[in-house]
Design a protein around this ligand. Structure first.
Ligand SMILES: *Cc1c(COP(=O)(O)O)cnc(C)c1O
Length: 414
């Protein structure tokens, strides 16, 4: 790690100089990016070195992570989630080959664990005795889990609409929970105020430059697994859903690093998927206009972000990669829950499966070619939001405990 750079004004800071955002630009614009000396890194982090590694978690990529004290790493297994070659789903969606990375297999069942693990380590390194975040649900449950692992008190702000399962996780892990009577946007502002007032370490991904470094490990791992398990296939597209923009920003950073370090022959394009009822990124990308915050009308709670907090990094990922934003209606997100489950046997939450609907639409619109190879990141587990799953899958046949009842239910056919 060589320092931090403001993505807005390009000012550079030493890591000891500033904790969160660029003081000159403020937190709306002044997002910082962690910089590394890649030439030096290449001597220790290269295909030969990595293929000899016996570490199978996100810490496999330690040289590319901004950790100063490795004794602060928690015991939870984060990362090294499975990557499946999902042939039947590829057929269904009309692409040549489709890899599914099941991020729901992380300790608290979402992709956010890659960021929270890092957030808690940074809090401990800085001697914080309390940590906070605002979240639509997964960053919260994830932070609660990693705080529990570290014995670090956590205070969490979620919008009151957060799915019950995610709130249950928070409470089970012992976090102090504020269910804010308002939107995620309002919960976020409240958390920022409270963190400043009470001196809590702030895990909010958009303003804490270290979190996205955790998120990028999904790409490091994707490329690593494609090399180790699938003969080094290079995807044409990586597909991920977009809320605040941190995830897609991290995904892009990780791909660029793997390209720079000689693991990836060329860079994939990124398809950023939003919900039709909440598509501020798509609108800005299409019109070229500045960010215009919107309502957040979608069942995909994890991407119900009307005011994205990491707009620049999120937009940069799509533009630099030559990819596209796309949006999908809730009805298609719901269908995607069962499509992914029935064609690839992976159960995702609405924001986790939105990419399935995104791929289908991108193929229909000719954005994505039928001869292309795609990697889909399923960002959260389906058990996180049972209500939506039941809406998608329907209800069982209720029968009396007799064979006659079963026969009747089967329509007397057999
Ligand atoms: C947080 C989240 C996203 C989107 O990440 P952003 O950084 O907000 O863009 C997508 N899917 C799931 C399941 C998430 O929890």
């Amino acid at each position: 790690m060589t320092g931090l750079r403001c993505i807005h004004c390009d000012r550079q800071y030493a890591v000891t100089e500033v904790d969160y955002y660029c003081p000159a630009c403020g937190y709306e614009d002044g997002i910082l990016d962690v910089e590394y000396d890649y030439a030096a890194l290449a001597t220790v982090f290269n295909p030969a070195a990595l293929s000899g590694s016996r570490t199978f978690s996100m810490w496999r990529y330690l040289p590319l992570l901004p950790i100063e004290d490795t004794t602060k790493i928690q015991h939870l297994q984060v990362g090294w989630t499975p990557l499946y070659d999902a042939a039947r789903l590829a057929d269904e969606l009309g692409v040549a080959r489709l890899f599914v990375k099941d991020e729901g297999r992380n300790p608290t069942a979402s992709f956010k664990d890659r960021a929270s693990s890092l957030g808690v380590i940074k809090a401990l390194e800085k001697g914080a005795n309390s940590i906070t975040c605002a979240s639509t649900g997964n960053a919260a449950s994830s932070l609660a889990g990693f705080s529990a692992a570290a014995g670090l008190p956590a205070t969490i702000f979620v919008p009151e609409r957060a799915p019950q399962a995610k709130v249950a996780q928070l409470l089970v892990f012992g976090a102090r929970v504020f269910a804010v009577k308002g939107t995620y946007d309002q919960a976020w502002e409240l958390c920022m105020e409270a963190a400043a007032e009470f001196g809590w370490y702030n895990r909010n991904c958009a303003i804490n430059p270290y979190l996205i470094e955790g998120k990028k490990t999904v790409s490091l791992e994707l490329v690593d697994q494609l090399r180790g398990q699938y003969g080094g296939v290079c995807p044409d597209w990586v597909v991920v859903s977009v809320g605040d923009g941190c995830t897609v920003g991290g995904v892009w950073k990780g791909l660029v690093e793997m390209h720079k370090l000689g693991f990836l022959p060329r860079l994939p394009k990124i398809l950023g998927v939003q919900a039709e009822g909440c598509q501020p990124f798509l609108t800005a990308w299409k019109t070229g206009a500045p960010l215009e915050p919107t309502e957040d009308n979608t069942i995909a709670d994890s991407i119900a972000v009307g005011h994205p907090r990491n707009f620049q990094k999120g937009m940069k990922a799509i533009v630099e990669s030559g990819g596209a934003f796309i949006s999908v209606p809730d009805a298609e997100i719901l269908v995607s829950i069962t499509t992914l489950a029935r064609k690839a046997a992976v159960f995702g939450e609405p924001a986790g499966v939105a990419g399935v609907a995104g791929i289908r639409k991108a193929v229909a619109q000719g954005i994505l070619g039928g001869n292309e190879t795609v990697a889909l990141l399923v960002t959260g587990n389906g058990l996180k939001d049972i209500q939506s799953a039941v809406k998608a899958a329907g209800s069982p046949n209720f029968v009396e405990p007799t064979l006659a009842a079963v026969k009747a239910a089967l329509g007397g056919l057999r």
